[in-house]
Design a protein around this ligand. Structure first.
Ligand code: NAD
Ligand code: LMR
Length: 326
């Protein structure tokens, strides 16, 4: 028997591919804990409402003990009402001929209205993860339209990129993923991202000793940073189950703590590592007591600095391109 009061968890695009994987992980307790009941508040656009009804039927048929209620709606203020945690997923995925930044014209405006709705009705302590692409800049748009909520409560997801980096290192070293720790992502969820191996360990040994520099700066970097496109080419659709899993990892660590581990969170820069204030940038972070803290003082080598600079330039360009939405 659980005794805790239920929390309100909103998911947008709930009838989409990521939603279909994400909702079952939230409902089973993987994200907020095995004793934490949830009220699911699910948002779709009108053409998605019939599919959402089917998803809700299946959720009820799964009889999760932690799910105390399910609300399905096409009204953002209903979905975000008193929400404690929000997964901003609903938006268009790219096709194989596009970059993620090409989605900003179609998806950016979604985050204006949703930011305003969050501002109006969500819990003042709400934790928001933005998954819909281009996720860093969409998080910025949502935050700019929710001026009464502190910007640091709006984050974007680079945990999938971190998990991809872990997967690549584990496969090459022939060890389980659990043996790889503290690899993290700098920058934008885009091809410019930088998976930084400098703090990473593999079976307790420094990753920069386990792997040669040629692999780390070549095949490893290229595989991680272009993995989204590779999945679209292979599957004919963008990553969904792994994206949902990474969203759970991101929110679980924010909610429950990262147990001292370094994790990747994209959040509005306060000038850390020389990154201009305000752009939503992925940094090495630790989570404790419901707070995300950027790990400061790490050594940044010349290669990493050049990659950070590239990401700063790209995100400043994206911010400029959406200035009318901020
Ligand atoms: P999908 O097309 O399967 O589902 C998207 C759902 O969102 C649809 O059901 C659609 O009706 C709904 N939707 C569209 N506009 C909406 C709005 N304004 N409000 C609420 N719902 C809305 O797509 P998907 O595979 O679930 O991907 C969703 C997004 O996540 C895409 O933008 C994709 O590029 C992105 N993504 C990001 C990452 C990441 O690592 N950050 C990883 C994978 C996918
Ligand atoms: C991913 O990284 O898998 C997602 O951002 C989807 C995409 O468009 O690559």
């Amino acid at each position: 028997m659980t005794t805790q009061a239920p929390i309100r968890v909103a998911v947008t695009g709930a009838a989409g591919n990521i939603g279909y994987a994400l909702l079952w992980r939230i409902a089973s307790g993987d994200c907020f804990g095995s004793n934490q009941p949830v009220i699911l508040q699910l948002l779709e656009i009108p053409p998605g409402m019939q599919r959402l009804e089917g998803v809700i039927m299946e959720l009820r048929d799964s009889a999760f003990p932690l799910v105390h209620d399910i609300v399905g709606t096409d009204n953002a203020e209903v979905a975000f009402n008193e929400a404690d945690a929000i997964f901003l997923v609903g938006s268009r995925p790219r096709t194989k001929d596009m970059d993620r930044s090409d989605l900003v014209a179609a998806n950016g405006p979604i985050f204006v209205g949703q930011g305003k709705a969050i501002d109006a009705v969500a819990s003042r302590k709400v934790k928001v993860i933005t998954v819909g692409n281009p996720c860093n800049t969409n998080a910025l748009i949502a935050s700019a339209n929710a001026p009464s909520i502190p910007p640091q409560q709006f984050t974007a997801m680079t945990r999938l990129d971190q998990n991809r980096a872990v997967g690549q290192m584990a496969e090459r070293a022939g060890v389980p993923a659990s043996e790889v720790q503290d690899v993290f992502i700098w920058g934008n969820h885009a091809n410019t991202m930088y998976p930084d191996p400098s703090m990473a360990t593999v079976g307790g040994q420094s990753a920069t000793e386990v792997f040669d520099e040629e692999w780390l700066q070549g095949e490893f970097l290229n595989t991680v940073s272009t993995r989204g496109k590779a999945i679209i080419m292979a599957r004919g659709a963008s990553s969904a189950a792994s994206a949902a899993s990474a969203a759970v990892d991101h929110m679980r660590d924010w909610w429950q703590g990262s147990a001292g581990r370094i994790v990747s969170v994209a959040l509005p820069s306060e000038g850390w590592y020389g990154v201009p204030e305000g752009i939503v940038f992925s940094f090495p972070c630790r989570c404790e007591g419901g707070e995300v803290t950027v790990v400061e003082g790490l050594t940044v080598d010349t290669f990493a600095q050049a990659k950070i600079d590239e990401n700063v330039a790209a995100l400043l360009g994206e911010r400029e391109a959406v200035s009318d939405l901020l």
